[in-house]
Design a protein around this ligand. Structure first.
Ligand code: DGJ
Length: 547
């Protein structure tokens, strides 16, 4: 049976790809990074996500496109809802998809479409009306108090089939109208899934599944990957002595953690089927996004239970091989630790939702430079139609640097950092140097900026390209007996990937301190790079060593 399904899928994939004339957007490893390849080269997404209701009307969106384009974005993330796409069962309405693709092209923008199908923020308000209305065919979640929630149950077989059918129709259409120009780069399948207000679904179907044996596929995956499972998950399994067969509670304990693992597996299996149906038509990269555990949350259900949060990543990997990326929606300020946790297990990094202010600009540098991210995208971009906001200035720099960043991602020759008062100053080892980054000091004042950030690329043994904001940067040779002096610092631009120098920086622009004797004891020359908050400059520095 399994072989037969596999053969059918293969035949379908071949017949669908034979209708595609050129290479389509796909993921490719480069060292430790995973990159998105578009038109044969890495494409860094400098994105922005629209508010939830904006893409429901092409008319509404019209005045926003020019402003979005001026924000230096290259990609817009826009929702396509099941309710508008399939208003009557089996009848698909392509008006919005066609219009969004046309309007994005007119403004020289690419798109990532967000499939608001069975779930959006855990609940099911974007499901088609005929799905919502037929509770018998499309069952909903029942919680511990016996209340039915407006959340489609992941155990509804008919629901999964209907969602997959609609998504496949969407992907078939995208292939037909877009596989040549490739405006659509990736798909987000559902949005922030998980059960609210309880650790699991307690409907009849869910209860039946919960007392069954944990599927062999999952147990095989866990045993085969035991060496690389993430510690947060491993400790739950370890607590029951790494049992290899039994019910969910026997293997993962009688606790909300077992409920969450059970939900994560079932969401992953469901969404995997939807993604697979879509990829059979048009196999571009597909990802899911997570509503993260918030500081005040105590138990699954406080945050949507079963969504792709880090402690169940292994379950999602096991259940969702068609899902290419498990993405965090970064609506918390500790973006660095979130990205560290999401980049484990070789999970590619892409941030579909986050901030757009100075923190957003810093997040973009950090994600692309430090975590080999495919891209970055703040939420609600159409409301910020101003080319002077920090994000658009940061994107202007990042789009100049994009080819260089892409060349270096994953190779250990690029780094980025984000600094706040009270953070310990990071020391970055790159090439032959250790780079020290500090928040910029204003002479005669103790006040520090609220945030500073920078990206560092080692382009030659003694040479770096650095871009940053509100930071000071100094270099120390890794050889412990010498000091790094500045041979030359130039500020400039990249135009069509070519470095075009402007000012040669020296004097006040590089002198960070005059206590040269103390500096020498700290193996510093007293000079370094300074990045002002309003400048968004790119500097190229050549170093020499003295003793
Ligand atoms: C996260 C969701 O994924 C978005 O669709 C939107 O609802 C934002 N939250 C609102 O902040």
């Amino acid at each position: 049976m399994f072989r037969c399904i596999l053969v059918c899928l293969l035949v379908l994939a071949v017949s669908c790809t034979s209708k595609i004339k050129k290479e389509i957007p796909h993921l490719q490893k480069q060292g430790t990074a995973t990159q998105l390849i578009v038109d044969g080269k890495p494409f860094l997404i400098l994105g922005g996500e629209l508010e939830n209701s904006s893409s429901s009307s092409l008319e509404y969106m019209k005045p926003f496109w020019p402003g979005i384009a001026k924000t230096n974005l290259n990609t817009v993330l826009a929702a396509i809802s099941w309710e508008q796409f399939e208003p009557t069962e089996g009848k698909f309405d392509f008006t919005l998809v066609d219009g969004l693709i046309k309007d994005a092209r007119e403004h020289n923008l690419r798109l990532i479409l967000l499939w608001f199908g069975s779930w959006k923020n855990g609940n099911s308000r974007y499901a088609a009306d005929w799905v919502k209305a037929d509770q018998k065919r499309f069952p909903k979640v029942l919680n511990k108090n016996g209340k039915t929630l407006e959340i489609l149950s992941v155990f509804g077989e008919e629901t999964c089939k209907a969602d997959a059918k609609a998504f496949a129709a969407l992907m078939k259409h995208v292939r037909e109208i877009d596989s040549e120009k490739q405006t659509v780069l990736m798909m987000q399948v559902q949005n922030e899934v998980g059960v609210h207000c309880d650790s699991r679904d307690r409907s009849v179907l869910a209860n039946e599944a919960f007392v069954k044996q944990v599927p062999k596929e999952l147990m095989d995956y866990l045993q085969n990957h035991k060496e690389t499972l993430l510690p947060e998950f491993l400790k739950v399994w370890e607590a029951t002595g790494f049992k290899t067969s039994g019910t969910w509670e026997e293997i993962f304990g009688k606790s909300p953690a077992a409920d969450e693992i059970f939900m994560a597996w079932n969401y992953a299996r469901y969404i995997n089927r939807v993604a697979e149906a879509g990829k059979t038509e048009y196999p571009i990269p597909m990802f899911v996004n997570a509503w993260l555990v918030q500081p005040q949350d105590k138990t699954p259900g406080d945050y949507p239970s079963g969504g792709p949060v880090v402690h169940v990543h292994d379950i999602w990997r096991a259940g969702g091989p068609q899902i290419d990326i498990l993405s965090p929606d970064v609506h918390l300020r500790n973006s660095d630790s979130i990205l560290i946790s999401y980049s484990r297990g070789r999970n590619p990094i892409f941030i579909p939702e986050s901030y757009s202010g100075k923190q957003g600009a810093a997040n973009a540098y950090l994600a692309l430079g430090q975590f080999g991210s495919i891209g970055y995208s703040p939420f609600g971009i159409e409301a910020k139609k101003n080319e002077n906001i920090p994000l658009s200035k940061a994107y202007a720099v990042l789009s100049q640097l994009a080819p260089l960043i892409a060349e270096h991602q994953g190779k250990g020759t690029i780094a980025a950092t984000l600094l706040k008062p009270g953070y310990s100053n990071p020391k970055i080892k790159l090439g032959n140097y250790t780079i020290k980054v500090e928040l910029r000091k204003t002479r005669g004042s103790k006040a520090l900026p609220e945030i500073g950030y920078g990206i560092f690329i080692a382009v030659a043994p003694n040479e770096f390209i650095v871009a940053g904001n509100d930071i000071e940067v100094t270099f120390a040779p890794n050889a412990s007996d010498s000091i790094a002096g500045l041979t030359m610092v130039k500020e400039g631009k990249f135009i069509n990937s070519k470095w075009v120098p402007e000012r040669r920086l020296n004097g006040d622009e590089v002198q960070l301190r005059y206590d040269l004797d103390i500096a020498a004891m700290e193996r510093q020359s007293g000079a370094g790079l300074c990045f002002l908050p309003e400048k968004y400059s790119i500097q190229r520095v050549k170093l020499y060593n003295y003793k």
